[in-house]
Design a protein around this ligand. Sequence first.
Ligand code: AMP
Ligand code: MN
Length: 222
Amino acid sequence: MARGQLSREEALACSGCRHACHVMLYADTTSKLFGSTPIRHIVLMQMRFDGLLGFPGGLVNPEEESLEAGLSRELLEELGLEVPITEEDYVETCRAPPLSSKSTSRLILHFYVKKMEEEQIREVEKAAASTAVDHGLEVMGKVRVPLFRTTHNGGLSFFLSHSFIGSARSQLISSLLRLGLVSPQTMEKALRKSLRMHAETREDLRAALAFTERSTATGAHP
Ligand code: AMP
Ligand code: MN
């Protein structure tokens, strides 16, 4: 699914490229929303400093450290505890989406997925909000991805309609499908609903802008 995919070896041979590694941490759970809707899986993402959703991780320098050691170091900063990542957790490498249609990105993304126990995920969430040095700075908070469907087709569909950094949304969707955490049929329905949500969000933003412009014109706020 990811565009601009390349092998790990090709990526590491690229001179002048920057490298970033990110990971999707997840666990199975038996807990139920409102005592009835099975949550099934916990998938962790984070609200980034720039207001976009993304995965934990960051820039790695392969000349100084292995990709996995660099990712583990980034995780310590963003999660506040050690989550060792190995080559077994590696999924794929691709170029970051270019900033313009004419340019090729020099940023290469290495993506990992790691399955944990529910209790370990809870520990990560606790540490991320307390001991992580990046909390409130580069990372505004961890979020769990709602994989279930609520009434009015909410849940996953509403989550997917948010804004994501670079290829994070497609990394999330392809991982959920590949791992069988969400069926293709459910994903298709969720994405159709997400697209409809976008139209509504647009109207909502327009109305908010009009309101703000009126406030600016009347000087209602300093
Ligand atoms: P970070 O330190 O986590 O912000 O990541 C390092 C670089 O990778 C930054 O330039 C981000 O904009 C970029 N980045 C982070 N996650 C993704 C992603 N999922 N897809 C594309 N670019 C990303
Ligand atoms: Mn980061």
